[in-house]
Design a protein around this ligand. Structure first.
Ligand code: AMP
Length: 296
């Protein structure tokens, strides 16, 4: 696996691959890799001939007082995992590569950027949309794989790719979970043993709402309450939101139909956790549920 840190050699290598008619897959990450990230790499490998993974802890998507400075970084371990996973190129840009001095162009995806994660983390999605656009322009992949773990981010990326006519296919990959349902996340490293036990509450709340919906519940208010009650019973967990939204727009819905997402967020101590489940309410109950993808 090669490592490249600047745009010129990146473009040169991608051009070389293209001239050999190789299809390029791309997985953007912030590093501190886990099996969730590696599942995206495996998916990209299965769809393309050459896989590029980026590791960039993007400063513009962290608000003041958030965890940018202490975000876990372990580049040597990441490099080893990516080599084993068959990644062909690690793009590990410097901050100067992405934001050269005088950089003043940002991408705003209106509407979806203001809701839920956007309202909890002002400016977050502007940073995400900007860096994803830059990375898609730099790598120019045929396919880019994103995790459903960050469902609102995935919906935003789909929207910006459509609105800006970016010639890439966006693939969403199912959330990889621990055996007890906790979604893998680089931020789980912040959790103490007791916090870690409390953190299962997100998945428990989501599963309860999903079961109610599969059993026929079609009221958004009831589904929200089902999640709220479970989340609020966990003393260590401070709920920020437990919503039922349309999968494309992330607008809350009252009568459940079509593709929906149940996004939840909250804090355990200083650690902010998010999770979600996605369902197609109109499909038959037995097939309407995305089965949780567990770590082998
Ligand atoms: P991050 O490094 O947290 O920015 O995540 C990079 C990519 O990995 C994003 O597309 C995330 O949605 C995805 N991802 C993170 N955690 C998981 C997980 N548990 N399962 C699947 N994808 C994930």
């Amino acid at each position: 696996m090669q490592t490249i840190r600047t745009s010129q050699p990146l473009r040169a290598l991608i051009a070389e691959w293209r001239s050999s008619a190789l299809r390029v897959g791309f997985v953007p990450t912030m590093g501190a890799l886990h099996d969730g990230h590696l599942a995206l790499v495996a998916r990209a490998r299965s769809l393309t001939d050459r896989v590029v993974v980026s590791i960039f802890v993007n400063p513009t998507q962290f608000g003041p007082g958030e965890d940018f400075a202490r975000y876990p970084r372990n580049i040597e371990r990441d490099r080893k995992l990516l080599t084993e996973a068959g990644c062909h190129l690690l793009f590990e840009p410097t901050v100067e590569t992405i934001y050269p001095s005088g950089h003043c162009t940002f991408v705003d995806v209106e509407g979806i950027s203001d809701r839920l994660e956007g309202s909890a983390r002002p400016g977050h999605f502007r940073g995400v949309a900007t860096v994803v656009t830059q990375l898609l322009l730099l790598v120019a992949p045929d396919v880019a794989v994103f995790g459903e773990k960050d469902a609102q981010q995935l919906a935003l990326v789909r929207r910006l790719v459509r609105d800006l006519h970016v010639p890439v296919e966006i693939i969403g990959h199912a959330t990889i979970r621990e055996a007890d349902g906790l979604a893998l996340s680089s931020r789980n490293a912040y959790l103490s043993a007791s916090d870690r036990r409390s953190a299962t509450v997100l998945y428990r709340a989501l599963v309860a709402a999903r079961e109610a919906i599969v059993a026929g519940e079609r009221s958004g208010a009831v589904a929200r309450n089902t999640m709220r009650q479970i989340l609020d019973r966990e003393p260590a967990f401070r709920t920020e939101y437990a919503e039922v939204v349309d999968a494309a727009t992330f607008i809350p819905i009252e009568t459940l139909k079509g593709r929906i997402v149940l996004p939840v967020a909250g804090r355990i101590g200083d650690t902010r956790l998010i999770d979600n489940l996605q369902l197609d309410v109109d499909r038959s109950p037995s097939s309407s549920v995305t089965p949780p993808a567990a770590v082998e």
